[in-house]
Ligand binder design. Structure first.
Ligand SMILES: C[S@@+](CC[C@H](N)C(=O)[O-])C[C@H]1O[C@@H](n2cnc3c(N)ncnc32)[C@H](O)[C@@H]1O
Length: 242
């Protein structure tokens, strides 16, 4: 809130409204604040609509991918502030059937929007080389090749890999290590990023956000891992020199 400085009012965008916590705090700062709230997850958007109902007239909702911000803001004024709180929400993580968590059994889905390829589709079809690239580039997983071989061996010998716990067990077996974090953490992160094309979306979002903001507008991005962080910092440098 301090960075967004909404007190004087204006037009703000919450690109990842989720359950609406940030949006609620923002709107509560003053009656002259208007907000456009986006989320690509229809369940999250429904939740946010309920939570923010008391701000009716000052808030609009759109079930959009923030990658498309340029188009979404086509008819909007330049923004005073834009917020993105990246990644998945705890709500998405805690719902087994969404398939985001290796701690809960569920189908290997991981799609935020419910459209496109699932994690199971990728695990079923990708070659060892493709899987290695995904796990290395999006999970920064040191044992990417070993895990990729383990996955392909398992699906060739025993059939499709369709469950979160099933994949977590295959990863643990392939790694055979005792790590501080769960051995499947990086693999799940990598597949989630690939399924939702998160880094591509982030790059497109940042370019559009800088472009659609008014002079002295504020862009706040909350990032959770080094891959996101690198992209955000690179965009920060470009916008400083522009
Ligand atoms: C960490 S949560 C946000 C929580 C929110 N700030 C709150 O206060 O409840 C991230 C949200 O961003 C959404 N999201 C992730 N990538 C997105 C994208 N490319 N476009 C739109 N929404 C996205 C997810 O569906 C999720 O609901």
């Amino acid at each position: 809130m301090e960075f967004l400085a909404p007190e004087r009012g204006g037009f703000f965008v919450d690109a990842t409204v989720g359950a609406g916590g940030h949006a609620e705090a923002l709107l509560a700062r003053g009656p002259k604040i208007r907000l456009l709230a986006l989320d690509r997850d229809p369940d999250a958007l429904a939740l946010a609509r309920r939570r923010l109902a008391r701000f009716e007239g000052r808030v609009e909702f759109a079930g959009e991918n923030f990658a498309d911000l340029e188009r979404v803001l086509d008819d909007s004024p330049a923004a005073d502030g834009i917020l993105a709180d990246l990644g998945v929400s705890s709500m998405q993580l805690e719902q087994g059937p969404r398939g985001f968590s290796f701690r809960r059994d569920g189908p290997l889905d991981m799609r935020m929007s419910g459209a496109g390829r699932t994690a199971a589709d990728i695990v079923a079809a990708a070659s060892v080389e493709e899987l290695t690239r995904i796990l290395r580039d999006y999970g920064e997983e040191r044992m990417a090749a070993k895990i990729a071989r383990g996955i392909v061996q398992e699906r060739d010998w025993r059939g499709p890999i369709t469950g979160t716990r099933q994949l977590a067990r295959i990863v643990a077996r392939a790694k055979g290590t005792r790590e501080r974090i769960d051995p499947a953490t990086r693999v799940f992160q990598a597949l989630r990023i690939e399924v939702n094309q998160e880094l591509v979306a982030l790059s497109r979002f940042l370019a559009a956000a800088v472009h659609r903001m008014r002079v002295r507008g504020r862009l706040v991005v909350v990032s959770y891992h080094s891959l996101e962080d690198r992209i955000v910092r690179a965009a920060e440098k470009v916008s400083e020199t522009a």
